[in-house]
Design a protein around this ligand. Structure first.
Ligand code: ATP
Ligand code: MG
Length: 374
């Protein structure tokens, strides 16, 4: 019967007892069971040793010189760093009232001397098991509460971003309903255009949120196809050239010839869309954006480099977080929700790729991603 249960690492036990004969018996009982024992011969000694040893469990005598076992246990339980270590009293004091005091001092169990060796081993094993489960549960609770906080934060930001366009849709449609027939055709059309564009913004945000929730729930499936990434880049650059021209920005491409490779054109297209629109959005009018495609060993590297304001070092941690809008603002009044890069990074991760950013404040930013060629 080995005491260690879930893992093969030995259980560290701190024995606190001032009687050498008792300590000997515990060594004879527990060492063959795979436990590593350390000894303290007084309560004070135990309190000094415990943080250094970090035992998995403490076997604590009660009657000792100096502070007794009850007080030692109370002090262990008061200290945040030691309160989770299970303490089993192992003592000759066998009156009911002694046992009750032991439990109220914070002990998880109470064994009276003379003890049966098998019983001590079985109890230690059970308490180690319980402690392991308790630790796991606490870790899971911590993760759940962090996830819940993130979810609430995202929900708050999403509703905030949905409220603005919704307010203008409501305002303009109400106006059209009540006074629409008094408006000139041009004004009516302008109002309808505002409604159309606001609802388009809402749709884009809802689509991004859906994308994110599919990714977060681990249900993102890629439709891999053998395609030309160069052609995809050319197609997307043509699509955004119009937007760039509006700000007198030049999109310059340098694309190496590349064999077809396997990727999801829709998802990689989405990544390119975000990198290109970001570069156009955050770059001052009149500048240049360089788009390149290179082969690096067995990987394809795509990069989009702009001459914009750059991204401050201290803000880079937030870049790929949902709703991570930073101090760099659009230079032409464009909108955005701060979901684009969070989604792009997950799409690249799903392709077993890497997303990188290199930025110099005041000089520009280069976003690049690499995906495997095969
Ligand atoms: N090329 C860039 N230059 C400077 N800042 C950038 C650049 N790209 C992104 N950023 C900063 O990072 C933030 C996050 O970018 P992201 O693409 O996730 O969001 P967004 O463009 O604001 O909105 P969305 O992409 O959801 O429409 C941006 O708000 C901006 O502050
Ligand atoms: Mg973006």
């Amino acid at each position: 019967m080995n005491v260690p249960t879930e893992s093969s690492t030995p259980i560290k036990i701190l024995v606190v007892d001032d009687t050498p004969a008792n300590i000997d018996i515990l060594f004879q009982t527990l060492e063959p069971e795979g436990c590593t024992l350390s000894v303290a011969t007084s309560g004070e000694d135990a309190l000094n040793l415990v943080s250094e040893i970090q035992p998995d469990l403490i076997l604590l005598d009660i009657m000792m010189p100096g502070i007794d076992g009850y007080e030692t246990c109370r002090r262990l339980k008061e200290d945040e760093s030691t309160c989770n270590i299970p303490v089993i009293f192992l003592t000759a004091k066998n009156q009911t009232k002694d046992i009750v005091i032991g439990f109220s001092a914070g002990g998880v169990d109470y064994i009276t001397k003379p003890f049966r060796q098998e019983e001590v081993c079985a109890r230690i094993r059970k308490h180690i098991q319980l402690q392991t489960l308790k630790n796991k549960l606490e870790e899971q609770n911590q993760t759940l509460s962090e996830l819940n906080e993130t979810k609430n934060r995202l929900l708050g930001m999403a509703s905030h971003d949905l409220r603005n366009p919704l307010t203008s849709i409501q305002g303009y449609s109400k106006f059209l309903l009540s006074k629409g027939d008094q408006l000139k055709e041009g004004a009516r059309k302008e109002f309808l255009e505002i409604i159309h564009s606001a609802s388009g913004n809402m749709l884009a945000l809802v689509n991004d949120l859906l994308n994110l929730s599919v990714i977060e729930s681990g249900k993102l499936t890629l439709s891999l196809k053998s395609s030309s990434i160069g052609e995809l880049i050319e197609e997307r650059v043509r699509l955004y050239d119009y937007m760039a021209q509006g700000k007198n920005i030049k999109l310059l491409t340098s694309l190496e010839d590349m064999p077809e490779c396997s990727f999801d054109p829709q998802r990689i297209g989405q990544v390119l869309d975000n990198l290109l629109t970001n570069a156009i959005k955050f770059t001052p009018p009149g500048s240049k954006i360089h788009i390149s495609l290179k082969r690096i060993n067995k990987r394809v590297q795509v990069s989009v480099r702009d001459e914009g304001p750059g991204i401050k070092e201290e803000e880079r941690d937030k870049l790929f977080l949902p709703f991570g809008k930073l101090s760099s603002k659009p230079t032409g009044g464009e909108g955005g929700t701060g979901l684009g890069l969070a989604i792009a990074k997950k799409m690249i991760d799903a392709h077993h790729g890497k997303m990188k950013v290199h930025s110099e404040t005041g000089k520009g930013t280069e976003f690049s991603f690499e995906i495997p060629l095969d």
